[in-house]
Ligand binder design. Structure first.
Ligand code: VAH
Length: 319
């Protein structure tokens, strides 16, 4: 019996690709996409779609009742850079949307919840190399604070009310189908687009800023594998550490330059440098690999090949 799924924030970078993949698995009619606006028309027109403000409890509840939803993926959030510009809005959206979904699940009609956390839960006092699953978490961004507190609430609702909520501490996610919005790791997406469109890129992080990253296909597989895992196998109900690759702007530049010899890069660090400097360089995800057989597939060069091939096709009229 396929799940009846609601994706909140389906027009976002991860939400849009998660919607496509979940529809392939469960059937288009069993996956309801929702967002606060209809900016991604291809997604809006690809199956059942509802305009829902993730801060509106009744809108979420009515949608779940109308479509007989049993599983919710809550993908709506303000990310790290935007959260520093609009702290109270980030707290409001990131926290209240989570409370709405957890309380709906506590009520019994929702069998399973997915909520994404992030490496942003870590801060400058966290061990930077191979950051463990259980460690010091003193985030210095509003986004990171919402993810740290959100993890605590997820574990609380699991232990106190039996809500089957699951989460992943995503690293920076790179994809070619939807642009990210308001993140510190967004440079790692922008650089591919500019390499194809203009042949040059000004990076807002310094060249040796080493950050945990992941190709979108790996992130989507991890999300679905976690949600499909037997509940009894899961030992983490806050959010699992998740890792694939770590690289610096210089390294991704060199990976692209191997295919585009004339590509040039300059560096102009901005306020996002301080955010990036507060995050780890690499993550120990051995608990995820033990509990539900997580295994990444894409390294930096494999990701670069896929990204450049897709973006050459996307911009073929421009170049
Ligand atoms: C951000 N892309 O940059 C997000 C992510 C690890 C970072 O959570 O805010």
């Amino acid at each position: 019996m396929p799940s009846r799924i609601l994706i909140i924030g389906a027009c976002g970078q991860i939400g849009s690709e998660l919607t496509t993949k979940l529809r392939e698995i469960n059937g288009i009619e069993n996956v309801i996409a929702s967002d606060i606006n209809t900016r991604k028309l291809d997604l809006v027109n690809s199956g059942p779609f509802e305009i829902i403000d993730a801060k509106n409890f009744n809108a979420i509840k009515d949608c779940c009742k109308h479509y007989n939803i049993d599983t919710i993926y809550l993908m709506a959030a303000l990310l790290s850079a935007t959260g520093e510009k609009y702290p109270m809005e980030a707290w409001d959206l990131n926290m209240n949307s989570l409370f709405h979904v957890l309380n709906l699940a506590k009520g019994g009609t929702i069998k399973k919840v997915y909520w994404p956390s992030s490496i942003a839960v870590f801060g400058p006092t966290t061990p930077r190399e191979l950051t463990p699953q259980h460690t010091i978490c003193e985030p210095t961004t509003v986004y990171g604070i919402t993810k740290q507190v959100g993890e605590r609430w997820c574990e609380y609702y699991y232990k106190k009310y039996g809500v089957d909520v699951r989460g992943l501490r995503y690293p920076g996610i790179i994809s070619h189908k939807a642009m990210p919005g308001g993140g510190t790791t967004d440079y790692a997406v922008e650089i591919y687009h500019e390499a194809i469109k203009t042949g040059k890129y000004e990076c807002f992080l310094s060249e040796n800023t080493n950050l945990p990253m992941m190709f979108m296909d790996d992130a989507i597989k991890a999300t679905i594998d976690l949600m499909d895992a037997p509940s009894e196998d899961l030992t983490i109900r806050s959010s699992y550490n998740l890792a694939a690759i770590s690289f610096t702007p210089k390294q991704i530049y060199e990976s692209i330059k191997a295919h585009l010899p004339d590509f040039t890069m300059t560096y102009q660090p901005d306020f996002r440098q301080a955010i990036a400097d507060s995050w780890p360089s690499s993550i120990d995800d051995s608990v995820a690999r033990r509990d539900w057989n997580w295994q990444h597939r894409f390294d930096l060069d494999a990701m670069t090949k896929v990204m450049l091939k897709a973006l050459r096709k996307k911009y073929h009229n421009l170049i």
